[in-house]
Write a protein that binds this ligand. Structure first.
Ligand SMILES: Nc1nc2c(ncn2[C@@H]2O[C@H](COP(=O)(O)OP(=O)(O)OP(=O)(O)O)[C@@H](O)[C@H]2O)c(=O)[nH]1
Ligand SMILES: [Mg+2]
Length: 471
């Protein structure tokens, strides 16, 4: 096996951005105030935000607790970045941190930091430098010019992990499309260099540079991939229509990457979906039918995990993969209850759900990995309303979770009816027994009496056998 690539990680924290973020959070909390102030000064919320930041050096001094929690957030995101790098197959040679008020427009980090990175790259013989931040095309170009190895930003890193994990044709095409669209504006620097090197007269049209042919090639490829995606999707739409001929509600597992969605999916279905300690193990949606305690059937859908600062291009390219989320009747928000960044992760997931415009759907919070918690923490979580505590790994709390799904499903509600059918109606009897919970079954002559609690659609299908005679 080839030696894993050695990477120098560069994490950046812009204290100015943090202040801006916390000001934005305060704004969001008092949206009424935003509207009022925004109107009076005829400004957008952005203007108001700028006002708030201009008001003084530190308009609202951060309390010590907030400082600490910001520090904790940074620690957690640093650990997450290292996990991302490992998930991409890199070996972490060193991790550098840069804190400054705001990004350098030309190189993101300062000149001194670049020299430091260069030194560390040389001494560790690293193959690449990973930035935990997005780089503009010109920042990428400038950094590549001053560093002796490849430079990769956060979006590219996540795209790379996605590329490793895409299994279906559609998933692979979506990743390729996102990669091409990422590359297009970043061709400039390399293209220019190449256009000076190559001078192939006659190989291109008059006045056309290498850069332009590269761009054209990428655009052509983008069109080609889009066309292929369209045909893959139309096949999937047909499959779905066939499936929807017998409508079964979809219950989608959503959550932060590594929260344990696939493990829970497998525990609920024993389907053998890949579980992995690597991030973004699941890229392609998996669907499997399960039966709830009420005997109603639902399709459980495992989906791609979300992450902090999920690149926007990915949200749009993966919209199709998240179609199951959009169609779902109920969402299971799987959360890693053992993570220190639990609340931050929840906020990130809710942000993506809002982008997918599915915030209105019923959500069951599934607090997973409780096996890793002490008795006290477990007790504290248990008392929370609207949530279920489980361990996907140990298979605890699953019955409770299935019951909660049953209660949350509003389509095809449960109804109860007394039936009286001839014993010769074997098919009807079998269908009721398979799809409903049966009680008080007794035989009288060639008749069967029973009480069934089941989905309205099933009970309605056999309403001709409902016993309306007084008991
Ligand atoms: N201790 C413990 N570990 C768990 C539990 N559930 C999942 N894990 C572990 O957490 C890691 C991630 O689990 P996955 O099921 O792959 O997580 P996922 O949410 O599907 O992740 P992505 O597909 O990458 O978004 C694996 O190492 C699992 O073994 C649990 O209940 N308890
Ligand atoms: Mg998964």
């Amino acid at each position: 096996m080839a030696r894993p690539e050695r990477a120098v990680l560069v994490a950046v924290e812009f204290t100015g951005e943090r202040r801006r973020q916390s000001a934005a959070a305060r704004l969001a909390k008092s949206s009424a105030a935003v509207v009022a102030r925004g109107r009076s000064s005829a400004g957008t919320p952005e203007d108001v935000l700028d006002d708030m930041l201009r008001e003084g050096d530190d308009p609202v001094p951060e309390s010590q607790a907030a400082e600490r929690s910001a520090g904790l957030d940074f620690e957690a995101s640093l650990a997450e970045f290292q996990e991302l790098a490992k998930s991409a197959g890199a070996e972490v040679a060193a991790t550098l941190v840069q804190r400054r008020a705001r990004p350098d427009a030309a190189t993101l980090v300062g000149t001194g930091k670049i020299e430091e990175i260069e030194g560390v790259v040389a001494s560790t013989e690293a193959d690449l430098v990973l930035f935990d931040h997005d780089l503009t095309p010109s920042q990428l170009r400038n950094l590549e010019a001053s560093l002796p190895c490849r430079v990769i930003d956060r979006t590219q890193l996540i795209l790379d992990i996605f590329a490793r994990h895409a299994r279906t044709r559609e998933g692979q095409l979506q990743v390729e499309l996102a990669q091409l669209e990422y590359q297009l504006p970043r061709l400039a620097g390399k293209g220019k260099a190449m256009s000076q090197l190559g001078g192939g007269i006659g190989t291109r049209g008059p006045g056309e540079t290498k850069l332009e042919t590269d761009r054209r090639r990428i655009r052509l490829r983008i069109d080609h991939v889009k066309g292929q995606l369209e045909s893959v999707r139309s096949i999937r739409r047909q499959q779905r229509q066939r499936r929807e001929a017998v409508p079964v509600p979809v219950v989608a597992l959503v959550g932060y990457t590594n929260a344990g969605k696939s493990t829970l999916f497998n525990a609920l279905t024993s389907a053998g979906v890949l579980e992995s300690e690597r991030m973004f193990a699941t890229l392609d949606p998996k669907l499997k039918q399960i039966q709830l305690p009420s005997r109603r059937k639902v399709l459980l859908s495992d989906t791609v995990g979300f992450i902090r600062n999920l690149p926007h291009t990915l949200v749009t390219s993966f919209r199709a993969t998240l179609e199951e989320v959009e169609r779902a009747e109920v969402l299971l928000h799987v959360r890693d209850a053992s993570s220190e960044a639990m609340d931050e992760q929840k906020a990130e997931v809710e942000k993506v759900l809002a982008e997918l415009e599915v915030s209105g759907k019923p959500v069951i919070e599934v607090l997973n990995k409780v096996d890793l918690l002490g008795a006290e923490d477990r007790e504290r979580l248990r008392s929370g309303p609207g949530s279920v505590t489980v361990s996907g790994l140990e298979g605890t709390g699953l019955a409770e979770l299935l019951g909660a799904i049953d209660r949350a499903l509003v389509i095809d509600p449960l109804t109860e009816a007394e039936f009286r059918l001839p014993q010769s109606e074997g098919a009807a009897l079998a269908a009721l027994e398979a799809g409903a919970v049966i009680a008080n079954k007794r035989f009288e002559g060639n008749l069967v009496y029973l009480r069934a609690v089941g989905p309205a659609s099933l009970v309605g299908r056999f309403r001709r056998f409902i016993d309306r005679s007084p008991a």
